[in-house]
Design a protein around this ligand. Structure first.
Ligand code: SF4
Ligand code: SF4
Length: 432
């Protein structure tokens, strides 16, 4: 079952995007996935906005570019939004905003599909909906792809980063969606957005009139923006690992905007729309911030925490699927969408009532209460049978639990346990 949640989006929907973010220094993440990247600049060198800083050279090639002009001073492990330490490049901003065109713009209508694919790869376009996966990989093999879905649902409470980005970049969005449509070779292109976004739906219909892009309003329920939920909503089909199994490619609207911008300007992703909101933030707003800005810097711009609130939860992302990070020094990456700051109200959980609400609401059809049972989280076979690894960590089971049990956290622990066991089994078999 999916559920309507109070989105609290009114806190930032009508507030202008703050384009004034210009921190004195940035820490640009140069790790992507498990592997570190090869640094392309010397420590001490001067860089401009758009200078290539690092690249990952394995089969998921990905370059990273400088978001500011200034001096590269060091490579260091810093806290990232996943709560872990990763390699970052420190750049002291000279505030001159000098830029260097990173690559040649491209007319996608004249380019061959292969040229366009190469462009997407070398421009470092990646999934901006949270996954951070290099976009070109999804389009390398498109046999059997029937539908390209542009996901503009943004179902996480408080976040309006996609909405504000679309509002400000309608032309880039159109260009990016049409270019992705060409890459996908799909007969159908659908842009999905929540049905309650009436003004935006009208604007999108006007923008895409005369194209093959259908604007599809989907129900305002959570987690409609999650890929599996959206895929099912549009096709009534489920998939096992990847949407391509049912003929779909799904990309976030912000990814299409980034591609549209790159095609026109020859510039990569250097800045990110990030919503800084939550019930503890003084002046909630969406900001257009250089990648590598710390979350604390953004929170400061938003006026900090409201007076009288002492204990807060600082979340990378939204309150449902986001990750609580221990302090505000973590860095904004290309895929960060929100910094959510919530009052931390300590609630004492009571015993499970066996009410079944978590089971009724789980969008993956799991039995969270059985998986989360303290006695079962160390029972590998039991957890595999109950499909613990299918949990998408959407947070609904915690949200609906009348006993105030953090069921999702228990699910995470169960997944970590199963994941470690699986890895150990693979290693024992001689795999990596
Ligand atoms: S967090 Fe996992 S177990 Fe809980 S409702 Fe979401 S998918 Fe189901
Ligand atoms: S919702 Fe909470 S109380 Fe109800 S069965 Fe699930 S864990 Fe137990």
């Amino acid at each position: 079952m999916k559920r309507h949640l109070d989105g609290h989006k009114d806190l930032t929907t009508s507030v202008d995007v703050n384009h004034s973010i210009d921190p004195n220094d940035v820490w640009v993440p140069i790790a992507s996935g498990p592997s570190d990247m090869t640094v392309c600049v010397e420590i001490g060198s001067e860089v401009k906005i758009g200078t290539k800083l690092a690249e990952r050279n394995n089969h998921f090639y990905l370059p990273v570019f400088s978001p500011v002009s200034g001096t590269v001073t060091e490579e260091k492990k810093m806290l990232a939004g996943d709560g872990r330490l990763h390699n970052h490049l420190h750049i002291v901003n000279n505030h001159k905003n000098e830029s260097a065109q990173a690559f040649q713009p491209l007319d996608y209508t004249k380019a061959s599909r292969e040229e366009l694919l190469d462009f997407v790869k070398n421009a470092g376009v990646l999934g901006l909906g949270g996954a951070g996966f290099p976009t070109y990989v999804k389009y390398t093999k498109v046999d059997g792809i029937e539908m390209l879905v542009i996901n503009a649902v943004e179902c996480e409470p408080f976040l309006t980063a996609d909405y504000k980005a679309m509002e400000e970049n309608m032309d880039d969005l159109k260009l990016g969606v049409l270019a992705l449509g060409k890459l996908s070779k799909a007969a159908k292109v659908v842009l999905a957005i929540k049905e309650n976004k009436k003004a935006m739906i009208a604007k999108l219909k006007e923008t895409f009139a005369g194209t093959n892009v259908e604007i599809k309003a989907v129900p305002d329920v959570y987690p409609m923006g999650y890929e599996r939920t959206l895929a099912y909503q549009l096709t009534k089909k489920n998939y096992d690992r990847l949407p391509s199994e049912i003929g779909l490619i799904i990309n976030n609207a912000n990814t299409a905007i980034a591609l549209g911008k790159a095609l026109v300007t020859g510039m990569p992703i250097t800045h990110k729309y990030v919503t800084v909101s939550g019930d503890a933030v003084k002046n909630p707003q969406t900001m257009y911030a250089p990648v590598g800005t710390t979350s604390g810097e953004l929170l400061k711009v938003a006026g900090g925490v409201k007076d009288g609130i002492e204990d807060v939860l600082l979340i990378n992302g939204g309150p449902m699927m986001g990750r609580v990070v221990p302090n505000d020094q973590w860095t904004i990456s290309q895929s960060t969408n929100g910094v959510t700051v919530m009052k931390h109200v300590k609630v004492d959980a009571v015993n499970c009532l066996r009410c079944g609400a978590c089971v009724d609401h789980c969008p993956m059809g799991l039995e969270p209460v059985r998986i989360a049972d303290e006695h079962k989280v160390v029972d590998y076979a039991h957890l595999v049978k109950l499909r613990a690894m299918d949990c998408i960590e959407c947070g609904l089971c915690t949200y609906v639990c009348p006993s105030k049990i953090d069921v999702t956290e228990k699910m995470r622990r169960a997944k970590t346990f199963v994941g470690a066991k699986m890895k150990a089994a693979q290693t024992a078999k001689g795999g990596k």
